[in-house]
Design a protein. Sequence first.
Length: 236
Amino acid sequence: MTYEITVLRRKTPEDLPYEQTFRYEARTGADTVASALININRGSLTDVNGNKAEPIAWECSCLQKKCGACAMVINCIPRLACDSVLSAVAADDRIRLEPLRKFPAVRDLICDRSVMRENLKTITAWIDEEVSLKDDKDNILFEAGKCLQCGCCLEVCPNFYAEGRFFGMNAMVPVAGLLEKLPADKSRRLRKKYSKHIYADCAKSLACHDICPAGLDIEKLLVNSNAIALWKHLFK
C-alpha cells in the first residue's frame, strides 16, 4: 500500500510553516507513522514533485508507547506516532502530520513541551519520601503512574495554553496519585496548588478522557482528586 504523507514543516521557530508531501510504500500492514518517518528519512529524500528534501525532524525514544516523545497531530488528532498504524489513521491513503499546536514550534514536527515539566515543578508533583504499595488506595497511585506526559491531553483541552494558569491533565494525573497517598497534614500546600492550577480552570469537558494514549481513566482520577483536595475539607 502506497501512502501520501504530508508534513507541516519549518526550519526554525521564526519561519512560516509550509507543506511537503512524500510517498511511502508500506512494508507490512503493521507499519506505523513512526516506522514510515524512519524509513522516509533513510537515504536520499525527495518529495512527490521530485524536489530534494532535508530529513524530517521529529522526536522519538522508546517506539513502544512508553515515553510519549513521538506525540504529534496525525490527520487532525493528537496521537503517538509509534502507536498509529498507517492503515488505521489514513484517510483515502493520505496522512497529514503536524506538530502539537498548543506548544511553541521548534522545527518540523518538534515542539517545545518544556512548559509541562515546569508546571510539574511549580505544583511539586512528586513524593519526597519512599512510599509503600500495599493498601487498596494504591490503585489510584498506580493508575496515575501510567501517564506518559506526552501532551496529547493538552492539545485537545479548550482551557489549556502554554504558560497559562491552568496546568491541565498532565499535571492533574500525578497529583491525583499524591493526594491519594499523602496524609492531610502533608498535602495542604499541594491541595492549594491543585485548587489554583487545576480545579479553578478545568471546565470538565473531558476531551482528554478519550484522547489519552495510555487509556487512563481521567474522569475517575479527576473526581477522586477533587474530592480529596476540596470537598472533603470544605464540609469538615
